[in-house]
Design a protein around this ligand. Structure first.
Ligand code: LLP
Length: 423
């Protein structure tokens, strides 16, 4: 795999531009994305899943919904997986065709449903019996027939962080697979609903094929049951969840090696599981990758504000905070943190923390890193997914700018907020 974020002559580059130059030009904290990395990730998926006939990728906007990134991803040929009227709006604005958009979410409002129906969105994914009735009612009021896919909860353990696991029966998502035949039967009878598919999403940052294989099996058994009831669908949506590696995103003799048992999902085996399990009956197969397409394309550049020694610990206080990047605060997520310029300085054990008034405002706890001082630049790696999209104004901090790089060209794809934006 080609990495477009790398060191050259001890300097960190995003494509052909030194990261230090970007920090100088646009200020910090700063999200920087590599457009060619996104294209590369999409190519990997397309090439690997080429063996599965009739498969389409719908990009999960929640991972990163910057409209310029969306334009790029739609131009690559992906559809869109959305969960709100806002995401549908952004997808349409960014070039996704209405019929290439699916609309999921466990609590769609009438406004959301009307918006989706009015815009002719491809498929609405229903997550409860009550919602099925609501979709049918809203469609009837607009004299439309909605294409609906039923989200089943296959009761599969995705073996990922509990906060991002969704396919267990105790999770709020989907219709329990045991009750779902009844729901499908009801849906098939509703006048303003066309039941087109089955949807399942078991979780995120999944690094093993097995949970997907279990979901595929459950779906197959479920489809057979439906068939016995005389209900046929044409579309199977396997959701998102393909994991990425967060450790050792960058390797160099001047960086500490990150010890890692982090498994890396075997995409070829996954493609084979999907092909062998589902493709024989001519279904259209959908997958909804979010993280896989954007995570590795993004870094967060931040400047060291201060060093502080306290009770034997060294704190490196940086100008990015948990409001800019929540993943450590929310899931204790690991992100590699590297110097923008490599040096021969000794490694030391530090806590890399932000300025926000919360003890969870941490990017890396007890992390080995070569010594950095006030004014030095650091890059927090692998933040292209669920980085900016989870950012907030907590502590009335201004959200950072976002920059998109294509070879030697960089441009602002979202302005840094200013004080007036807070009012
Ligand atoms: N489809 C559905 C129905 C989803 O709920 C999700 C993610 C995706 C697709 C995309 O999943 P992905 O391919 O990105 O794993 N904020 C968390 C992740 C939350 C994922 C929510 N749903 C994090 O930072 O790890």
């Amino acid at each position: 795999m080609t990495s477009h974020i790398r060191y050259d002559n001890k300097k960190l580059f995003v494509e052909d531009i030194p990261a230090a130059l970007l920090a100088e030009k646009y200020g910090t904290p700063l999200y920087v994305y590599s457009s060619n990395q996104i294209a590369e990730q999409f190519r990997i998926l397309k090439d690997t899943f080429d063996i599965v006939p009739n498969l389409k990728f719908l990009y999960a906007l929640k991972a990163n919904s910057n409209s310029e990134l969306l334009k790029l991803i739609s131009s690559l040929g992906a559809g869109a997986d959305t969960v709100s009227a806002g995401e549908i709006f952004l997808a349409l604005r960014s070039g996704f065709a209405p019929d290439s958009i699916s609309f999921a979410g466990v609590g769609k409002t009438d406004y959301d449903l009307d918006f989706a129906l009015d815009r002719g969105i491809g498929t609405i994914i229903a997550e409860s019996d009550e919602e099925l009735r609501a979709i049918s009612e809203r469609a009837a009021a607009m004299s439309k027939t909605a294409n609906v896919s039923l989200r089943i909860n296959p009761d599969v353990d995705a073996r990922t962080h509990p906060h991002i696991s969704t396919g267990l029966k105790e999770n709020k998502f989907g219709i329990n697979i045991r009750d779902a035949v009844g729901s499908a039967r009801a849906a098939a009878k509703m006048k303003n609903i066309r039941l087109v598919g089955i949807h399942s999403h078991i979780g995120s940052q999944i690094t093993e094929v097995e949970p997907f294989a279990e979901a595929v099996n459950s779906i197959r058994e479920f489809l057979a049951k439906l068939s016995r009831d005389g209900i046929e669908v044409s579309q199977i949506d396997l959701g998102g969840g393909i994991g990425v590696r967060y450790k050792n995103a960058l390797k160099d003799r001047l960086l500490p090696t990150e010890t890692s048992e982090e498994p890396s999902i075997d995409l070829r085996t996954l493609a084979k599981v999907v092909k062998d399990g589902l493709s024989s009956s001519g279904y259209e197969i959908l997958m909804e990758p979010g993280r896989f397409l954007t995570a590795e394309s993004g870094i967060l550049l931040t400047r060291v504000l201060y060093r502080k020694e306290s009770s034997g610990r060294t704190f490196v206080i940086v100008d990015a905070g948990m409001n800019d990047m929540m993943r450590h605060a929310l899931y204790s997520a690991y992100h590699q943190v590297v110097p923008v310029e490599l040096g021969e300085k000794a490694f030391e054990l530090v806590d890399i923390v932000g300025p926000v008034c919360e003890s969870t405002d941490v990017f890396a706890a007890q992390r080995e890193i070569s010594r950095v001082d006030r004014g030095d630049l650091l890059a927090i790696m692998t933040v292209g997914a669920y980085g900016y999209s989870l950012a907030s104004n907590y502590n009335s901090r201004l959200k950072p700018a976002e920059i998109l790089v294509d070879k030697d060209y960089s441009r602002i794809v979202r302005d840094r907020e200013n004080l007036e934006d807070l009012v």
